[in-house]
Write a protein that binds this ligand. Sequence first.
Ligand code: SF4
Length: 224
Amino acid sequence: MPKLSMPGAVIVGDAGGMVNLAALKGVHYAIKSGMLAAEAIYGALKRGESSFERYEEAVEESCIGPDLWEQRNTRQPFAKGLLLGGPVIGLMIATKGRFPGGRWSLHRNDIQPMFIGKTKDAYPRPDGKYTFDKLSSVFISGNATRDDAPNHIRVRRHVPRVIADTWRWMCPAGVYEIPEDAPEHGDVDVIVNYTNCVQCGAITAKGGRLTTPEGGDGPLYQQL
Ligand code: SF4
């Protein structure tokens, strides 16, 4: 888990890594850490402090600490693949984290180079009968967002080309566009056609944040 408290703020639940990977559960940790955070903040404010370090101690001493300590290494063996990592993970779960024990290091995702594979080249062109281009699919989704609705996607616009290309290929609704005169390398200014968004949420995995659109606008899927 990262450091959970700083002057004026605390991190609770999943944002602080409070997920039991073996059980795929974390909502109860989110609720519990929220309660502990409230108590720690209330206590600190009464004492006239703005630092909430007692919250971190409270998390470690609550049911969250021992539970997650048992799971501290469960994610790492997945890097070795299912065949090699699977048995190790099984042992960890069976022994509640005692074997192989220790603390396994994690590789940093943010230092892995981005790449765009060639799978896209193998896709057949949309035939308009069984397969459709992105904008036709947005139309079929019944998306009726007003053209002047406020932007509900929080995302940087000035980004490296490889990020912009990733967003462009990833988004099923053609929200991200790269201007034709943009350079092939270096940073580019991405155009965000947010009214096309069908709120699939994919952008949240790649650096953006989806907020609730005004008035619940968005796709209106219908069963024909
Ligand atoms: S949420 Fe989905 S549809 Fe909306 S912009 Fe992100 S990737 Fe595109």
